[in-house]
Design a binder for this molecule. Structure first.
Ligand code: ATP
Length: 393
């Protein structure tokens, strides 16, 4: 059974529909990313799971139980926001310990501690009575052991110290306990925010664009670290981003969204190699997307020619879209490839050249490390498995 399930979840804000029937299953310990352009409904979906927004319709289940009636603080979730929301007047230790202290001060927790201590006190009273009647060293030892099991400020502080140390270590900040928040870098602040969210040991961590405020290099470093933290914490992470590279780097599963709808759910490799439609193909990586016709199984027609492909199962003469990734295209000598054209423009991108080749009908973008001058006559070549055929949506 899926750990988290969204069934036909919809949301309207003042009559404007922002989520249109979201169906999604998330397993425990998965790193799931909601990916899509601004305004597509990623944050709204995350907040519905966290209990900060009520959906207009549909169900949200955790372990098969409907949790929509549970307020945010009673759900097994915790959230890390883009703006770290740390307390500048508290040091790193106290910022991380904050969640545990709040929990300790809650009515339910105080009631639980009082009950626990009362049970121990009753047992001690009974043992003392017995000891008075019949003094016995064994009883005294038992009384002392029971006393040490009572919960008080000291035992609680010990637990806090242990957990703060565990989670600071997990985010790579052990030794930073006494640092003032204002003396930390952006990346370090974000780590403190993550440790603070983890310390209450939620089953699901919700992360809303937590790296957006960091510069590119730090963001890339944190992408690897977040994945590592998720593995070590052994819980589910649901991560929101509009950055496709970030999603591809970190996720076990990507949920691509557009205009309040899920477009595709899959592993990064599935989503990249087998985009479900034009939107996904365009949004994930760069693509040449060409309209074509599926002649029959393994034969597709576009740009005036028939080409071999590895796709099947479409109707004969069905209109389809074809995706050719720029890195899958090769520029070869005239007569040696599949379509002929002329180099239209060349841009140096650091690691590769981005070369546009103009054929009879259209322009194809190619990523290659081989420079070719503008105006040169060339052919384009590819392998049949580099053609990805998609239904027209
Ligand atoms: P971004 O990456 O910009 O945060 P997003 O994909 O997370 O975008 P949401 O924040 O979920 O998108 O917003 C989806 C739509 O819902 C947007 O059109 C937004 O304007 C609208 N919306 C979100 N919250 C509210 C609200 N409280 N009241 C009215 N409209 C809202």
């Amino acid at each position: 059974m899926a750990f988290i399930q969204l069934k036909d979840v919809t949301k309207e804000f003042n009559g404007q529909v922002v989520l249109r029937g979201i169906d999604l299953e998330i397993k425990s310990n998965e790193f799931v990313t909601f990916l899509g352009p601004s305004g597509c409904g990623k944050t709204t979906t995350l907040r519905i799971i966290g209990g900060f927004i009520e959906p207009t319709g549909g169900e949200v289940l955790f372990d098969g139980e409907d949790i929509l009636k549970l307020p945010a603080y009673k759900r097994p979730t915790n959230t890390v926001f883009q703006r770290y929301a740390l307390f500048p007047h508290l040091n790193v230790f106290e910022n991380v310990a904050f969640g545990l202290r709040v929990k300790h001060q809650s009515f339910q927790e105080r009631k639980r501690i009082k009950k626990h201590n009362q049970t121990i006190l009753n047992e001690i009273k009974e043992l003392k009575k017995q000891n008075k009647m019949n003094p016995n060293h064994q009883l005294e030892i038992q009384i002392e052991t029971l006393k040490s099991n009572m919960l008080n400020r000291k035992t609680f502080e010990k637990e806090i110290e242990m957990k703060v140390s565990k989670y600071l270590k997990m985010v790579g900040l052990d030794g930073y306990e006494d640092r003032s928040i204002s003396k930390l870098s952006g990346g370090q602040m974000q780590r403190v925010a993550i440790a603070r969210a983890l310390i209450n040991e939620p089953k699901v961590l919700l992360l809303d664009e937590p790296l957006a405020a960091l510069d590119l290099k730090l963001r890339q470093e944190m992408q690897y670290e977040l994945k590592e933290i998720q593995r070590n914490a052994g819980i589910t992470f649901i991560f929101v981003t509009h950055d496709q590279e970030e999603a591809l780097t970190m996720s076990d599963k990507i949920v691509v969204m557009n205009k309040g709808e899920i477009q595709q759910v899959g592993t990064p490799i599935d989503i990249y190699n087998e985009p479900a439609n034009r939107f996904v193909a365009n949004f994930i990586g760069e693509s040449n997307i060409v309209s074509g016709i599926m002649k029959k199984d393994y034969l597709v027609h576009f740009d005036g020619f028939d080409f071999e492909c590895v796709d099947k199962g479409f109707d004969e003469n069905q209109e389809i879209d074809v995706v050719l990734r720029p890195e899958d295209l090769d520029i070869v000598l005239p007569g040696e490839g599949k379509i002929s054209g002329v180099v239209d423009s060349v841009i140096f991108k650091g690691v590769h050249f981005e070369i546009d080749v103009k054929t009879k009908d259209r322009i194809y973008t190619v990523h290659t490390t081989d420079f070719k001058p503008e105006g040169m006559k060339v052919d384009l070549d590819w392998y049949p498995e580099d053609i990805h055929v998609m239904e027209v949506w």
